[in-house]
Ligand binder design. Structure first.
Ligand code: AMP
Ligand code: MG
Length: 514
């Protein structure tokens, strides 16, 4: 039930009075897997659900009626107070390596998978409530989520989607009218998360750790059918599955790094089989370029630092390969051959990541052909950015204005503590650009599609969350959502969203905040 003073939901003008029944058209393919894959469990009701944000466009793209979702019965479903028709709520089992330590049972400790819906794109998506109450996997946790982290995931996951990065999405955020107790009492909330699936490397580890090869194989078959249907035709489908996950992760991490994104908690339970970014806990976009940058308060040794992300993903994929090994062995009929095959698959990660990163850096520099020396040119820029604390996002964005000639250099060079460091690099860049066949203007436009003007800068995210949590003022959140929803457009008047934090605004650390 939304109260009369509820803050505006997305595009209220497009929402009618809406009392239509909510029709999800759920499929429940995961619920058809063996019982040991999950626990059947309804969400736990909350005191006073109130819709604070609905993703109208995403709802439409999933074939869902936003009016119905925003209606009182819809909001009750999004809060977990009512089970939608056709839903078969489940808490999924999974394990995971957390900061290198294996935990044989993690699982959905505060989420319920309601079911799956087919999007207009033909892809089947999980609809999951996060913060929807304790489960047998809660391990002492309260099963709940606080409003701040829910809005944070909403902002950053939707920003990633707008940036073109594979990611879970946010369909809705509902406040519960209840408090959750972390370091202090905080308003509670439930996020409705949408994902191509919630299968993780840790899901495979769960079965492998129990010696349940049949379970691992069932899971692999499910993952192939859902995410890698072409693998079913391969000579070795399970090897093809491993190849597919490796390829998507290599590309994904390259995309993160090309945007200055630091995931922050790349545990194997947060590494998705579909290749989507999942788990927006302590993530952050860096401002000043620093390859060893860490934001997460719990990442004491920099395991998941910006520049370690490819290595971390590779390590996680090695854990996936290990978990799949008994299945590969059964398929090959030979342990040695299976091991060699898994290692061969893993060896492809680094070259795929490097190729994706190199071509992405090339495009960010306006280089549409590949020449010897391009990688060194890009690295030289990054080194100079690091030495001069240049803002990652703005430097690349301002190169789009500099591409036509030295007249456009001023914006970029002033980002460097020593602008001369930029000038020296730019001279070599211009010589290289002369070898490009594409005319300047088309090149600048292409570059603007690679390097966003707007990312969810940490201080703007914090300000939006502070206003929502502390003052029930959702206006800064709404504004920020509008800004990060169109990241590649220059929009006059929004400069304060495009520029780095002033020293006193800086957010040096992020917290999981679970
Ligand atoms: P995360 O840090 O979100 O990746 O979560 C790691 C594990 O802790 C997962 O099994 C979560 O379900 C569980 N977890 C996190 N927060 C809570 C909570 N408040 N209550 C119960 N389980 C939780
Ligand atoms: Mg997680």
């Amino acid at each position: 039930m939304s109260s009369p003073d509820a803050p505006a939901i997305a595009s209220p003008a497009t929402l009618g009075p809406g009392r239509q029944p909510v029709r999800f058209g759920f499929e429940n393919t995961f619920a058809r897997l063996p019982e040991r894959f999950y626990t059947r469990l309804d969400p736990a009701p909350v005191a006073a659900p109130r819709l604070v944000k609905l993703n109208v466009e995403l709802a439409r793209s999933l074939g869902l009626d936003p009016d119905a979702l925003a209606s009182a019965p819809g909001v009750e479903i999004l809060a977990g107070n009512r089970v939608a028709e056709g839903a078969e709520p489940l808490a999924l089992a999974y394990a995971g390596h957390q900061f290198g330590q294996f935990v044989p049972q993690l699982g959905d400790g505060r989420t319920n998978l309601l079911g799956e819906v087919s999007g207009l794109d033909g892809v089947r998506y999980d609809i999951q409530l996060k913060g929807s109450g304790p489960t047998p996997f809660s391990r002492g946790g309260d099963g709940r989520a606080a409003l701040g982290p829910v809005l944070r995931e909403y902002i950053v996951s939707e920003a990633m989607a707008a940036l073109g990065v594979p990611t879970t999405r946010a369909l809705a955020a509902v406040t519960t009218g209840e408090r959750v107790f972390r370091e202090t009492a905080l308003p509670g909330a439930v996020l409705t998360r949408v994902a191509a699936s919630h299968l993780r490397v840790g899901t495979f580890q769960y079965f492998a750790a129990r010696g349940d090869t049949e379970g691992t194989r069932r899971l692999a078959d499910y993952a192939i059918a859902r995410h890698y249907p072409e693998a079913a035709q391969a000579k070795q489908p399970y090897r093809a599955l491993l190849d597919g996950v490796i390829a998507r992760q290599a590309r994904l991490v390259a995309q993160w790094m090309l945007l200055g994104f630091i995931h922050g908690v790349m545990n194997t339970d947060n590494t998705s089989i579909s290749g989507e970014t999942i788990d927006y806990g302590p993530c952050a976009f860096m401002e000043a370029y620093d390859p060893v940058k860490v934001f997460s308060s719990i990442d004491h040794y920099g395991r998941y630092a910006y520049g370690n992300q490819a290595r971390a993903a590779h390590w996680n994929l090695a854990r996936l390969a290990e978990a799949l090994l008994p299945v590969l062995e059964q398929a090959e009929g030979n342990g040695e051959v299976a091991l060699a095959s898994a290692n061969e698959a893993l060896a492809a990660f680094a070259p795929q990541f490097e190729a994706a990163r190199a071509s992405g850096l090339g495009r960010k520099l306006g280089l549409l052909t590949e020449r010897e020396g391009d990688a060194a040119l890009a690295q030289d820029l990054l080194d100079r950015m690091a030495a001069n604390r240049a803002d990652f996002t703005l430097t690349f964005r301002r190169l789009c204005a500099a591409v036509d000639g030295p007249g456009g250099d001023e914006g970029a060079r002033t980002l460097f503590a020593d602008p001369g460091a930029y000038d020296a690099w730019a001279a070599g860049w211009r010589r290289r650009l002369e070898e490009e066949p594409v005319p300047g203007q088309a090149r600048a436009a292409a570059m603007r599609m690679e390097s966003p003007a707007f990312i969810p800068r940490n201080h703007m995210v914090e300000a939006a969350l502070d206003a929502a949590v502390g003052r029930q003022d959702f206006q800064p959140f709404e504004e920020l959502m509008d800004v990060v929803g169109r990241p590649y457009e220059d929009r006059p008047g929004l400069e304060r969203y495009a520029t780095p934090a002033r020293p006193e605004e800086c957010v040096p650390q992020t917290f999981c905040g679970t």
